[in-house]
Design a protein around this ligand. Structure first.
Ligand SMILES: *[C@@H]1O[C@H](CO)[C@@H](O)[C@H](O)[C@H]1NC(C)=O
Ligand SMILES: *[C@@H]1O[C@H](CO)[C@@H](O)[C@H](O)[C@H]1NC(C)=O
Ligand SMILES: *[C@@H]1O[C@H](CO)[C@@H](O)[C@H](O)[C@H]1NC(C)=O
Ligand SMILES: *[C@@H]1O[C@H](CO)[C@@H](O)[C@H](O)[C@H]1NC(C)=O
Ligand SMILES: *[C@@H]1O[C@H](CO)[C@@H](O)[C@H](O)[C@H]1NC(C)=O
Ligand SMILES: *[C@@H]1O[C@H](CO)[C@@H](O)[C@H](O)[C@H]1NC(C)=O
Ligand SMILES: *[C@@H]1O[C@H](CO)[C@@H](O)[C@H](O)[C@H]1NC(C)=O
Ligand SMILES: *[C@@H]1O[C@H](CO)[C@@H](O)[C@H](O)[C@H]1NC(C)=O
Ligand SMILES: *[C@@H]1O[C@H](CO)[C@@H](O)[C@H](O)[C@H]1NC(C)=O
Length: 540
């Protein structure tokens, strides 16, 4: 048993136990599959967008600070997709004096309104974050169902395109149409709804959108600027399937610029869901992501020119997450594992979903009677993922490094220069270590148990000579169930410290270094329920 000097890790109160050590070899060069800029991006629930962004007279500077933190790491702000279930409930009311009037129906959802009117000032929220590219989601759910829905499309295309001039990422038209006839929040299509009808309505609507954009915002109607994230299905196993939509001609007009799919690992109230078994389990994460790769390969078989693949909306547990799971440090480690694994199998961008009061949100943008304004644990997983995939120096390629325990640990290597130069190694030790009595992050146990650790030795490419100094940056918290007190490389981004701007804490170690040994190896100890990034690149 090797105890670490407590002084070097003051934020971790328990003694440490070295359990095992293992040796791995990092190959280089690797085949390059670079991620896009802003790999770590967000999806914001349509009805919550005014809360997250604010408006002209009241911009949300806290949200902006958190987006800027990621920009400081990656060189660009995260992209923001505005959409989700509520995009398909929103009707336009030109006389509404406020941005959004949402009415909740607890029988349909306790977390978001299901009767929604937006007014002209909704579109002000696209002005508040400088340098963000947006996707705006148009209403297909009601648009193809009733005349008010169709009128909303005609009314909002000009408003959205004017608001997004110079800031457009891509358009959305319909959220999760694979669930339109079966949605638990109320179906908007008959049970006979199928891929053929979906494609007909998609083409019918997008052609009208294009005409309106040509008329009102011609600069956005060019080949380069006009396009969609689609089909934005909820998953791979629903009644409508993405490969069938492709075969039925959803990309007939060649305007689907990114193949967008959605994913959740499991559900907030699904039986048997636990932190260790569901989120802090690399095998579960891989299986969930791999199913989308299989689906994408089926689309590529139909159409070799199909566009690149992204997760357009994703997070841990559907139905907005569960306290004690989706809002914990363990979920932050899941965010990192999910993002890095997805990058390693070909996803080009991941848009983590959130909404006001959601339990898996990266931050709560304002105080409500359900949750105080604040930075939440998953944000720290966004930060680590941004650091590893950062395209600051040049675009990154991520490769997965299989470790000896397939479930409870994972590692990734990042490269630049088309896979030629190793820049970073990330190691996630997903073994559970919880330190609160209730397991919900609130009341600490009187005497924390001993915290285990693993030592990982990596033989690195020989262009890193013995003695080469490698930075060690850690993602730390008291335990997997902690919901606050989380640090990345010694920084806290908590709202209460400096409105979400980085604050380096005096009581957490940072600035650690390890050297490449005579044997060509670097060695790093990683505490249970924590992550580390070895930084070979002098970029920051
Ligand atoms: C470290 O400092 C922060 C900010 O001052 C404080 O909130 C936290 O409790 C401290 N942690 C420990 C373990 O002392
Ligand atoms: C890992 O590296 C350390 C330090 O260089 C060394 O003492 C240890 O023997 C190595 N372990 C393995 C399994 O290679
Ligand atoms: C801007 O936001 C503030 C604060 O939420 C609100 O009071 C105001 O009505 C909003 N302005 C418009 C034009 O919606
Ligand atoms: C908001 O919508 C509800 C129900 O649809 C309606 O009763 C209420 O008058 C609306 N409020 C405003 C300010 O338009
Ligand atoms: C198809 O487009 C026409 C206008 O060109 C519109 O009247 C109709 O409502 C649309 N139908 C659907 C299902 O989108
Ligand atoms: C509109 O939605 C209802 C369910 O709310 C469904 O029964 C009806 O068939 C839909 N109409 C169309 C044209 O899809
Ligand atoms: C992780 O998931 C795999 C696959 O479902 C399962 O076999 C394994 O027991 C899980 N491990 C833990 C610790 O829950
Ligand atoms: C830690 O979590 C496990 C389940 O994940 C639970 O059985 C155990 O009681 C928790 N320990 C503490 C100290 O909360
Ligand atoms: C972390 O543990 C230390 C030592 O037990 C304690 O002082 C601190 O309050 C804990 N931090 C949080 C956020 O629970």
């Amino acid at each position: 048993m090797k105890l670490l000097p407590i002084a070097t890790l003051a934020a971790l109160a328990a003694p440490f136990l070295e359990v095992t050590a293992a040796q791995y070899t990092i190959s280089s060069p690797v085949p390059a599959n670079d991620v896009f800029e802003a790999y770590v991006s967000y999806s914001i629930e349509f009805s919550s967008f005014p809360d997250f962004a604010g408006n002209n007279s009241n911009p949300n500077t806290f949200s902006n600070n958190l987006l800027d933190n990621i920009k400081h790491i990656t060189g660009v702000k995260p992209y923001i997709r505005v959409g989700g279930n509520t995009q398909d409930y929103a009707l336009y009311d030109a006389s509404l004096p406020i941005a959004l009037n949402g009415t909740f129906d607890p029988k349909r959802s306790e977390d978001y309104p299901t009767t929604i009117f937006i007014g002209p000032s909704y579109f002000e929220s696209y002005n508040t974050f400088r340098g963000v590219k947006y996707s705006h989601g148009f209403n297909l759910g009601l648009g193809g169902n009733n005349s008010a829905g169709w009128q909303t499309l005609l009314d909002t295309v000009p408003l959205a395109c004017k608001a997004l001039s110079g800031k457009l990422y891509l358009w959305g038209y319909g959220n999760e149409p694979d669930l339109f006839s079966t949605s638990a929040q109320g179906p908007v299509r008959p049970i006979t709804w199928n891929e053929r009808e979906y494609v007909w309505q998609w083409l019918n609507g997008t052609r009208v959108i294009k005409t309106l954009i040509q008329e009102h915002c011609p600069e956005l109607a060019t080949e380069e600027n006009y396009g969609y994230l689609a089909p934005s299905h909820a998953g791979v196993g629903n009644r409508l399937k993405a490969p069938a939509a492709w075969a039925a001609g959803v990309n007939t007009d060649k305007n689907v610029k990114l193949f967008s799919t959605h994913n959740y690992i499991s559900g907030a109230t699904s039986p048997g869901v636990t932190l260790q078994g569901t989120l802090m389990n690399h095998t579960v994460t891989r299986r969930s992501v791999d199913a989308h790769v299989t689906e994408y390969n089926a689309i590529k078989a139909i159409d070799p020119s199909a566009p690149p693949m992204i997760f357009g909306e994703t997070n841990s547990l559907y139905n907005q997450g569960r306290p004690g799971l989706s809002n914990t440090f363990g979920a932050a480690l899941w965010v990192a594992d999910f993002n890095l694994y997805s990058a390693s199998v070909g996803f080009k961008r991941v848009q983590m979903h959130m909404g006001t009061n959601y339990r898996y949100q990266s931050w709560q943008p304002l105080t409500t009677n359900l949750s105080p304004k604040g930075t939440k644990a998953p944000y720290y997983g966004n930060i680590l993922s941004a650091f590893v995939t950062s395209a600051y120096c040049s675009l990154s390629t991520i490769s997965h490094i299989p470790l000896s325990n397939p479930h409870l640990e994972s590692a990734y290597a990042a490269y630049k220069n088309a896979g030629a130069l190793l820049t970073r190694i990330a190691v996630l030790n997903l073994r559970n270590y919880n330190t609160t009595v209730d397991g919900a992050g609130l009341v600490p146990v009187p005497t924390p148990p001993v915290r285990g650790s693993q030592t990982y030795n990596f033989t690195v490419p020989d262009y890193y000579k013995p003695g080469y100094s490698v930075g060690v940056r850690r993602l730390l918290a008291n335990g997997s169930d902690a919901i606050t007190g989380i640090t990345w490389d010694g920084y806290s981004y908590n709202y209460e410290l400096d409105l979400g701007k980085p604050v380096r804490l005096g009581n957490v170690t940072y600035g650690e270094k390890v050297q490449v040994g005579e044997d060509g190896q670097v060695s790093v100890q990683v505490w249970d329920s924590s992550a580390v990034v070895l930084d070979f690149e002098k970029c920051w």
